[in-house]
Each structure stands twice: as C-alpha cells, then as structure tokens.
Design a protein around this ligand. Sequence first.
Ligand code: B1M
Length: 212
Amino acid sequence: MDDLERIGESLQRGDHHAVAELTAAAIAAGVPAIEILERGLLAGMDVVGRRFGAHEIFLPEVLLAARAMKAGMDLVKPRLVSGAAPSRGTVVLGTVKGDVHDIGKNLVGIMLEGAGYEVVDLGTGVAADAFVETAIAREASVIGLSALLTTTMGGMREVVDRLRERDPERRIKVIVGGAPLTQAFADSIGADGYSWDAAGAVELVRRLLEAA
Ligand code: B1M
C-alpha cells in the first residue's frame, strides 16, 4: 500500500487523526493536492459509499468517514484554491432542501474558487427561494445545485421554476450535479447544464459564461 492508499484506508476506518497526519505528510513531500484528493480521499470515500450501499457498514461509520474526509479536505483546500486572481463571476452554490450531503458540493466550491470564481456557499438544506433571492441580490451569473438523494433531486426543479419567474430572460444560469443525477434529468427540469464531477462543473461554468 502506498502513502496515498494509506490516506484512503484511514478514511475508510474513520480515523481523522491519521488522515490529517498522512495528508500533511503527503503535502510536505510535494505530492500535488489534486492527486492526494483523487487517489487518497476520494478513493477512500468511494469504498465507503459502496460498502454503505451494500449494508456492510452503517451510518455511524459513514459519519466518521465524512469527518475524516473533512480533515483531509481542510488541508488540501488552500492548495487547490489559487489566490488573488480577479473574479470571473459569482456562483451561488448549495445542497438542495432536505439534503445534508455537502462533501461533493464543497469540492465543487473549492474547484470553482481555484478557477477564479467567487462562490457564495449557502450550505445544505437550502430552500428554492434562498437560492433565487441570493443570486439576484449578489448579481450572480450561475446557481449551482447539488443533491445526493433521489428524494431531494425534485427540489432542483423548484429552483429552476422560481428562477425563471424572477429572471425570465435567463440571465442567471442553473447547473446541477450529484451522484443520482443524469444529463437527461437536468434537461427534464430545464437546467442549463449538468456535470458529474467537480472539475466538469468548472468547465461547464466557463462555457456557459463564455456563451452568455
Ligand atoms: Co448518505 N447516502 N445518507 N450520508 N451518503 C448516499 C448518497 C447513498 C447513495 C448511500 C448508499 O445507499 N449507497 C444513499 C442515497 C440513496 C438514494 O437516494 N438513492 C444515502 C442515504 C440513503 C443517506 C441517508 C438517508 C441515510 C439514513 O439516514 N438512513 C441520510 C440522508 C440525510 C439527508 O440528507 N437528509 C444520509 C446521511 C449521510 C451522512 C450524514 C452520514 C454522510 C454525509 C456527510 C456530509 O456530506 N457532510 C453521508 C455520506 C458520506 C454518503 C456517501 C457514503 C458518500 C457521499 C460523498 O460525500 N461522496 C454516499 C454514497 C455515494 O455517494 N456513493 C451516500 C464523496 C463526494 C466527493 O461525492 O457527493 O457524489 P459526491 O460529489 C461528486 C459528484 O456527485 C459531483 O462532484 C463530486 C465529485 O467531483 N457533484 C457535483 C456533487 N455535487 C455537484 C454539483 C455540481 C456538479 C457536480 O454542480 C453544481
């Protein structure tokens, strides 16, 4: 097992101390943050997700893994976010109503900031009106919606519908993402774009704003 696999393995055990130590050591050894994220933290969380789905582990273990993920993400974040580049536009981001999953959403936020966008992160369990009113008040170019539950995906349609009432000229774009989503679902609710991962979300925002 190499050092990055060890990060993933510690995350699976929910050992946030080990994840923090190993992540700090990898950073100090010059391993690129994106590699730590993908081969260490995300790879570990992937296994947790599969084992949870297969009923091999239960909610308390997943909570510990999420805490360990956060410990690692807090350390890699400053290395993924660039610095003082002028803002390329504002994105209002959040997880929809009824849904507390925020790891993927946070990753999208980190990557967007890293690419020079200003991110207004509304957190989790966000009501449709809060997305729409914040986007208008902050003169945002994009609303980014995340959902991890099949039962909360429907909340995305509500955001699109409310936004179209308040912004009929479609100046503000809506992008959606999260494990249960598909392009077909995004099309069906009238979203402007869908991405299956955080890097794709950045590319999508860039393309939408270039075309605007
Ligand atoms: Co929950 N959970 N969970 N969970 N959880 C899932 C989502 C589940 C698939 C697990 C399973 O059964 N295999 C399942 C959903 C089933 C379904 O709806 N069909 C599930 C369930 C059932 C539940 C509860 C209902 C469990 C219960 O209470 N009995 C409950 C719901 C609570 C609620 O929200 N109301 C629950 C709770 C939790 C915890 C709190 C314990 C914890 C969340 C902690 C936190 O987020 N702070 C948790 C976790 C960690 C997971 C799994 C294991 C991992 C999710 C994760 O963080 N992945 C997850 C299993 C899985 O997804 N395979 C699961 C890592 C993260 C980086 O990936 O979020 O997919 P992800 O983000 C990706 C892409 O999706 C994309 O980019 C990211 C990567 O680049 N993306 C976007 C995400 N948002 C985007 C937005 C974009 C673009 C891309 O544009 C705006």
